[in-house]
Write a protein that binds this ligand. Structure first.
Ligand SMILES: Cc1cc2nc3c(=O)[nH]c(=O)nc-3n(C[C@H](O)[C@H](O)[C@H](O)COP(=O)(O)OP(=O)(O)OC[C@H]3O[C@@H](n4cnc5c(N)ncnc54)[C@H](O)[C@@H]3O)c2cc1C
Length: 644
């Protein structure tokens, strides 16, 4: 099968404008004849639902939390990129495009990435108009800072709470439309399946999380804005509720899954302390603007620190190895995440890790405090420092933070074309739920940019083209596909509730997480991945025999909710492993030990792997079929990534 990404022809900088002109329009009077389902009201979904309603469509929006404000997007700390060039430091749309393609290790589409960079400037204007309180300089202009993989300052931020402020902006736009009657909001409602009628997505099946009621909903198009699946690793920086269910059920109904193995491991998280943990905490990448990453120069010094025989503040300057600055003088502490993470791990593998577990390196602000003063550092990063203090009981103003890489983001997701449509007609995926723009590694502050680009500036144009083509005829709610899909969902719920074994769902989740982290985490080998595949298959079989799910359907039942999500993770995990095994090259967040340069950097194999892997579900316990979308590079030259 040939996957058509529908990238418009013509010069890179004109593709999106030309495409917008060529897209069909729906006239204002007809817009109100269409219903659009938006699943997920984080930044991508909230922006999409508000914008589509503003255009005049009838929107039905869903989230599993009690309010759209609780979407995982609220946790985003550091900032959002945009090629405004306010700093006059050499930024441009082309440079943001180039940095993003290079940062993604040349595994993303040129056309998509250029469009992302192009609309990034509109996002900031949109958010400012909504009242988002971006940080400002003394003179009143919007301030910027730097993030990894860039040598310019293009990141807009609202202290350490950028996601929260952006989400409040999108939420107020959404609320306006709820109030106007153009969006019907379903909270505490989980989508459990998508309804396909004659090859087109025409509805969803949901479960009301308070009453257990299973219902069908119709729509002319279905937009999945359901976030990422980092929680397949159990421990991650994602919100506890993040899951794969919506995308996975769509995958099982025919939507291809793109690059499932591309996972982002963020270098600066608070290290794991033991088995009691269910969540990890991010220390924003913005901290690498002023914080310096280091490890002790020798194993002996590291041992002394671990045993408490030496205090970190007593370690002499010449005994510290600022390894990122040493190895990558051009980018220093601001190398991209994949590079920083691998180097942190290398220190620990070398025996130079710190903290009681020995699985951490330092992020140090002593120099910044000396240079700028404690008040200036507090003004920039105060809430992040407080968070670190509350969790570790160590004062980062007085001693360096301990950090270690943790799972943070998933670049993989549902395969979509340039219009954000999956290979199933009328089924779209936006935000972290799609695979589209970050290649094998996402640059910091680019997820918020992509989610909002998709929701505010891409989907409002592209969905209209599809709707105009299918026409406003009402969707037939009595089509047998609705009843059948609902029955399938009910049967699955019954099957889960019938599990009365002796092992909790959490235990299975934790075990899956261990397998994924060990064999499909920061470094992957053929041998390890093959082992992981067997382990996951066994774990899944065991789950369906020995798991215990408490309670009933007709009540608030978190045991049941969790069981459904973990069951999906147990299937997704195997696909991630298959994808990682197939991709016998290193690229970005996917590091195959067999494929590295003599200096230990990721070694791509462009001759064989310059493609998007799109996997097709073929039935339970059947191998999935791989389809390849070849990546065409007409504007950038593929080189070995270097941040030296
Ligand atoms: C700690 C942390 C900090 C971050 N900081 C930054 C940053 O500074 N800059 C940056 O660019 N990126 C950052 N990111 C990444 C960024 O926050 C996310 O990628 C982005 O917010 C995802 O937005 P989204 O709208 O795609 O999904 P989400 O915000 O995850 O929203 C998903 C929505 O889908 C709903 N949903 C999911 N499944 C279902 C279902 N089955 N049925 C019904 N509803 C469902 C949820 O209820 C929710 O409304 C950070 C990530 C983390 C973990």
């Amino acid at each position: 099968m040939i996957l058509d990404a529908k990238i418009p022809a013509g010069p890179l900088a004109e593709k999106w404008s030309t495409h917008k002109f060529n897209l069909k329009l729906v006239n204002p009077a007809n817009k109100r004849k269409y219903d659009i389902i938006v699943v997920g009201t984080g930044l991508a979904g909230g922006a999409a639902a508000a914008s589509l309603a503003e255009l005049g469509y009838n929107v039905k929006a869903y989230c599993f939390q009690d309010s759209p404000r609780r979407a995982h997007s609220i946790a985003a700390q550091g900032g959002i990129n945009a090629a405004k060039n306010y700093r006059n430091d050499g930024d441009s749309v082309y440079r943001l495009f180039y940095d993003t393609i290079k940062g993604g290790d040349y595994r993303a589409r040129e056309g998509n990435v250029y469009r992302l960079a192009e609309v990034s400037v509109n996002i900031i204007d949109q958010c400012v108009a909504q009242g988002v309180p971006f940080a400002r300089e003394y003179g009143g202009l919007l301030d910027n800072r730097s993030f990894g993989g860039a040598q310019v300052s293009r990141t807009f931020y609202a202290r350490g709470q950028t996601g929260q402020q952006l989400l409040l902006g999108a939420y107020s736009a959404l609320n306006r439309q709820i109030n106007a009657g153009k969006v019907k909001m379903y909270t505490r409602t989980e989508m459990l399946d998508v309804v396909i009628v004659d090859g087109k997505a025409q509805g969803i099946v949901t479960r009301n999380l308070e009453t257990g009621k299973v219902e069908t909903h119709t729509g002319h198009a279905v937009l999945l804005c359901t976030g990422g699946y980092g929680n397949v690793f159990y421990l991650s920086t994602n919100a506890m509720g993040c899951n794969i269910t919506a995308a996975w059920r769509a995958h099982k109904r025919g939507a291809f899954f793109g690059n499932p193995c591309y996972t982002q491991i963020h270098p600066t998280c608070i290290p794991v302390t033991g088995d009691h943990q269910s969540k990890l905490t991010l220390m924003s990448e913005s901290l690498r603007n002023d914080g310096r990453v280091w490890a002790p120069k020798t194993v002996e010094l590291a041992q002394k620190l671990r045993k408490g025989e030496l205090k970190v503040t007593d370690l002499k300057e010449e005994d510290r190895d600022y390894f990122l600055e040493r190895k990558y003088p051009s980018f220093g502490n601001l190398v991209p995440r994949d590079v920083a993470s691998r180097n942190g791990k290398e220190m620990v593998d070398d025996g130079r890790g710190v903290g009681t577990t020995g699985v951490a390196v330092f992020l140090d602000f002593a120099d910044a405090i000396k240079r700028l003063g404690e008040d200036a550092v507090r003004a920039k990063y105060g809430n992040l420092f407080d968070m670190y203090y509350q969790i570790t009981n160590e004062d980062p103003y007085k001693q360096p933070m301990r950090i270690y890489p943790a799972v943070h983001y998933t670049m993989g997701g549902l395969w979509v074309d340039y219009n954000l449509m999956t290979n199933v007609e009328g089924l779209y995926a936006l935000g972290e739920a799609n695979f589209s723009d970050h290649g094998a590694n996402r640059l910091g502050a680019s997820a918020l940019m992509q989610g909002l680009a998709d929701g505010y500036f891409v989907i409002p144009y592209t969905v209209g083209d599809y709707l105009a083509k299918i026409g406003p005829k009402p969707v037939d709610a009595n089509h047998p596909a609705f009843e059948q899909t609902k029955k399938d969902v009910e049967e699955r719920i019954k099957k889960l509730l019938a599990l009365k074994g002796n092992k909790t769902v959490d235990e299975y989740h934790r075990e899956l997480g261990h397998i994924m982290w060990e064999y499909c985490g920061m470094a992957r080998t053929e041998e390890g991945l093959k082992k992981a595949k067997g382990l996951i298959q066994n774990l899944r079989a065991d789950f369906w025999k020995n798991a215990i799910v408490l309670g009933e359907n007709e009540e608030l039942n978190q045991s049941l909710e969790k069981a459904g999500r973990v069951a999906d993770f147990l299937e997704l995990g195997e696909l991630m492993v298959d994808d990682a095994l197939m991709r016998n090259e290193s690229c970005g967040g996917h590091f195959r030990v067999e494929s590295q340069t003599p200096e230990g950097e990721a070694l791509r194999d462009d001759d064989h792997f310059a493609f998007v892997a799109a996997w097709q579900y073929k039935g339970d316990n059947q191998p999935e079929e791989l389809h390849k979308e070849e990546l065409v590079f007409e504007n950038v030259h593929l080189t070995q990534r270097s941040y030296k």
